[in-house]
Write a protein that binds this ligand. Structure first.
Ligand code: FDA
Ligand code: NAD
Length: 514
């Protein structure tokens, strides 16, 4: 007989998008046991961006549970306990109000709640035939934040407790299936098969499988499984990177790749007192986004921190010692660099493979419509794995950034639970990074002509991208909230620009006046 469980909603993947989707489900009100989150990772969803920043700091590093979702959006932090308890809130308050009304004849005065040890808790606003549900619910929700829901019934006198319509089911939370890979999906039968042999079925599936780091082996380089070669995608990778860094303080590292991981890890390595050489094939860092002028600023800054750049070439092989550790990297141009460790950030692939041949694909991701619904009505896709229509550009894009994961996840849940009230997703792409004491934000699209502005010698500076006469993208380093909001608004509004020189001259003032 087939082992299995059935849920109304299943989120496949336990990363950023999964956490934000779970919170949105809970806020919109689901019943206990309706939702299941399946993740290959052994921990509940966390803010992945922390792994290349706070997590790598030598002093007071960020550690779980401090960065579980959704702290990155200044929202609630969903700990494992939250998943057990939180979505009970609606159900529980309903049940509790009903039970209290039913039992109110048993008491004729205000009731002082007692905890297990008999200590007085909060007074309930409750007198015979006069149950003030709002005030009581308010007290209950305050208590719920501070203690386990399972103890809550104990707060009530036995006579009332016995009248409460609670059973084991009431205490089922959001089902977490952690540390478990899904190895097969069947969208026709609406089932997922886990690596542990369980079949989990759903009415509605949200695919939030994210992406995996590309391996050097996929580019024909062997040996990246060595102990001192680090990739960075998940918590296990980050723990490994920390331990390799700690054993090489004062030593040398080669960073392969000049994208986000390369830049953020290089900064973290420097902060950990490791000498860094960055190697990448392009003419400048962050080639997917930065203009040569913007890149030059960051490269000069990195050089001032001791980072050495080798550009326009790639790794061809590793040299190893008797213990299998990498001791040097050989580049395609013949350069040999001795090293104590290597960090690799050479891009990602979306985790689409479970659905190849079952769902439509585009741009390396699962194609979804403006409601984030795939080619199968019961299946949605969000985050890094989804290729969705970006209205602003009039084309389908797959974005690999945290804000897109958060917003698309929340949006998909809204589209599932309130389809009539939810218009098509209208997303403004937003990317950011923080390294050393620098910090930038980018909104929109980096196509067309570029107007740079500001102080490139260490102050606030930025750029606008103008395509077909309209501003379509904006970048700003070192801005404040008002300035970042202004460039976001400008990009959404897409104003016409006649004179590029005037735009350069006005710089940030142009956005502040939009
Ligand atoms: P995410 O990768 O977060 O989660 C996918 C989940 O699915 C994982 O838990 C995975 O284990 C699980 N999964 C996959 N296949 C499965 C299967 N078959 N069975 C079960 N589970 C499966 N962005 C940004 O805008 N600013 C930033 O500063 C950063 N910084 C940053 C640092 C680092 C180190 C990384 C790796 C990435 C960033 N990003 C970023 C990118 C950002 O983190 C990324 O866009 C989001 O995490 C995407 O969220 P998802 O939920 O789509 O995937
Ligand atoms: P990326 O796409 O940003 O950069 C990949 C880099 O790899 C390229 O810039 C190139 O320099 C290099 N490269 C490509 N092929 C190579 C090869 N054969 N040999 C050597 N170098 C090669 O990808 P990433 O830096 O690996 O980041 C992975 C993912 O994590 C991305 O989705 C990124 O958006 C995300 N991330 C985002 C942030 C952020 O938004 N602040 C921070 C960290 C990670």
């Amino acid at each position: 007989r087939e082992m299995g469980r059935a849920f109304v909603y299943v989120i496949l993947g336990g990363g950023v998008a999964a956490g934000y989707a779970a919170l949105e489900f809970s806020r919109r009100g689901i019943s206990p046991g309706d939702l299941c989150v399946i993740s290959e990772e052994p921990v509940v969803p966390y803010e992945r961006p922390a792994l290349s920043k706070g997590f790598l700091l030598p002093e007071s590093p960020a550690r779980l549970p401090s960065f579980h979702t959704c702290v990155g959006a200044n929202d609630e932090r969903l700990t494992p306990k939250w998943y057990q308890e939180h979505e009970l809130q609606n159900k529980l308050t309903e049940n509790m109000a009903a039970a209290m009304r039913g039992a109110s004849h048993m008491l004729d005065k205000r009731c002082a709640l007692k905890d297990k040890k008999g200590h007085g808790m909060n007074e309930m606003y409750w007198t015979k035939n006069n149950f003030d549900s709002e005030a009581s619910m308010d007290i209950l929700s305050r208590q719920k934040r501070s203690r386990s829901l399972e103890n809550l019934p104990l707060l009530f006198p036995t006579s009332i407790r016995e009248n409460m319509p609670w059973n084991d089911d009431t205490f089922r939370g959001i089902e977490l299936v952690l540390g478990t890979r899904v190895k097969c999906a069947d969208v026709r039968r609406k089932t997922l098969l886990t690596a542990t042999g369980e079949t989990i079925s759903y009415n509605i599936l949200i695919i939030a499988t994210g992406a995996r780091a590309l391996k050097l082996e996929e580019f024909g380089v062997k040996g990246s499984e060595a102990d001192n070669v680090c990739y960075l995608r998940d918590l296990a990778d980050a723990n490994r990177l920390v331990s390799v860094m700690q054993s090489n303080v004062g030593g040398n590292a080669v960073v392969i790749g000049g994208g986000y991981i390369g830049m953020e890890c290089a900064a973290s390595l420097v902060i950990n007192k490791i000498n860094v050489t960055m190697v990448f094939p392009e003419a400048h860092c962050m080639a997917r986004l930065f203009t040569p002028k913007i890149a030059e600023y960051y490269e000069e800054y990195y050089k001032s921190k001791g980072v050495n750049f080798i550009k326009g070439t790639v790794l061809s092989s590793f040299e190893n010692n008797a213990e299998g550790k990498v001791t040097a990297v050989i580049l395609r141009d013949g350069t040999r660099i001795t090293t104590d460790m290597v960090v690799v950030g050479i891009g990602i692939r979306a985790n689409t493979s479970l659905f190849e041949g079952q769902l439509n694909m585009e741009k390396g991701g699962i194609k979804v419509n403006g409601r984030l619904q795939t080619s199968n009505n019961s299946v949605y896709a969000v985050g890094d794995v989804a290729a969705f229509p970006v209205k602003l550009f009039g084309e389908t894009r797959r974005l690999e950034h945290v804000d897109s994961a958060r917003q698309s996840a929340k949006y998909a849940v809204a589209a599932i639970m309130a389809p009539d009230k939810t218009a098509d997703f209208n997303y403004l792409p937003f990317f950011y990074s923080r390294v050393f004491s620098l910090s930038w934000q980018f909104y929109g699209d980096n196509v067309g002509e570029v107007a740079h502005y500001g102080d490139f010698s260490g102050g606030t500076f930025g750029a606008y991208w103008v395509n077909k006469g309209q501003i379509v993208g904006a970048f700003l380093e070192g801005g404040n909230k008002e300035e970042y909001d202004a460039i976001a608004k400008t990009t959404r509004y897409k104003p016409m620009v006649q004179d590029m020189a005037e735009l350069e001259r006005l710089g940030l003032d142009f956005a502040l006046q939009v």
